[in-house]
Design a protein around this ligand. Structure first.
Ligand code: BTN
Length: 257
C-alpha cells in the first residue's frame, strides 16, 4: 500500500460541503492514493465507525467489480464509505442499487441530466458508463465505493465510458460527493428501517434496459432474454424464451436490442 499523506485542504473542502450529513463524520482525503477501498478497509479494521469517508482526487490502483481496473485519473470523484448496516448478509449486495439510486438523484439535481441505472452497479449517460459502484464486505464491515467521471477528458477514458464534462455537464466534484452522501443517507435509513421494497419502487424509473433483449454473463453461464424487472431482493429478472422468469444474483448485462 502506498503511504501518501492525507490532504488537509481537500478534507476541509469536503467537510464544508458535507455539513449536516450523517456520512463523512470522519474524512480521510488524499490527492493520490492506491485505492480508497483499501484505505477504507484498513480504517474499518482499525475500528473506524459508520460513515467514515475516504476520498481521492486520483487513484493509482482503482478497482471495479470482478477484479477489473477502475481508471482513476485526475478529474473524477473517487470515494469509499465504511458502513455497518444492521441487515442480513444476503441483503448487502442491495447496497449497490441503493447507492446507484442516490447517485442518479444527485447527478440529476446537480446537472439536470438523467442517468440510467444499469443493473447492478453502473450509471450511464448516452449509453456510456459515467459512474460505478462497488460493495465489498470484509470482517463484518462493508465498504461502499463510488467512482464518478466528472471532468475527465474523453481521451483519457475507454470508449465505453464517459464523463459529466464530456456530456456537457461538469460540476464541482465535492458538491457531487456531498449531494450523493446526502441522498444515500436518506435511502440508507429507509433501507435499514423498511428493507428493499421502497428502494425497489424508487429505482424503477431509473432502470435501463427494461423491456430490451439482453445478454447476461453470470460466472461461466451466459443467457439471453428480456430484461423484466428487479425483484424484491434486488435480483435482475430475465424472461427467457420459454416464458420462465429467471432471477440473476450477479453478472454483467449487455443490451442486444
Ligand atoms: C465498477 O464499476 O466495477 C465499480 C467501480 C468502483 C470504483 C470506485 S472509485 C472509488 C473506489 N475505490 C476503488 O478502487 N474503487 C471504487
Amino acid at each position: 500500500m502506498t503511504t501518501a499523506p492525507r490532504d488537509a485542504a481537500l478534507e476541509a473542502r469536503l467537510k464544508e460541503r458535507l455539513r449536516g450529513c450523517c456520512f463523512g463524520g470522519s474524512i480521510h482525503a488524499f490527492a493520490t492514493c492506491d485505492s480508497t477501498m483499501e484505505r477504507a478497509h484498513a480504517l474499518a479494521g482499525a475500528g473506524a465507525g459508520e460513515g467514515t469517508l475516504v476520498f481521492a482526487a486520483r487513484q493509482t490502483q482503482g478497482r471495479g467489480r470482478l477484479g477489473r481496473t477502475w481508471e482513476s485519473p485526475e478529474g473524477g470523484a473517487y470515494f469509499s464509505l465504511v458502513l455497518t448496516p444492521a441487515r442480513a448478509i444476503a441483503e448487502i449486495p442491495q447496497l449497490s442499487l441503493i447507492a446507484g439510486l442516490a447517485a442518479a438523484e444527485a447527478l440529476k439535481e446537480l446537472t439536470g441530466l438523467s442517468p440510467a441505472i444499469r443493473w447492478p452497479n453502473d450509471l450511464l449517460l448516452n449509453g456510456r458508463k459515467v459512474a460505478g459502484l462497488l460493495v465489498e464486505a470484509k470482517n463484518s464491515a462493508v465498504v461502499l465505493g463510488v467512482g464518478i467521471n466528472v471532468t475527465t477528458n474523453q481521451n483519457d477514458l475507454p470508449d465505453t465510458a464517459t464523463s459529466l464534462a464530456a456530456c456537457g455537464a461538469a460540476c464541482d466534484p465535492y458538491r457531487l460527493v456531498a449531494a450523493l452522501c446526502s441522498k444515500l443517507d436518506r435511502w440508507y435509513d429507509i433501507w435499514i428501517a423498511q428493507g428493499f421494497a421502497p428502494i425497489r419502487a424508487a429505482l424503477r424509473p431509473w432502470l435501463s434496459h427494461m423491456g430490451g433483449i439482453v445478454r447476461v454473463r453470470a460466472g461461466s453461464e451466459q443467457l439471453e432474454g428480456t430484461a423484466h424487472d428487479v425483484d424484491e431482493r434486488g435480483r435482475l429478472l430475465i424472461r427467457l424464451d420459454s416464458g420462465l422468469l429467471r432471477p440473476i444474483d450477479m453478472g454483467d448485462v449487455i443490451l442486444l436490442r
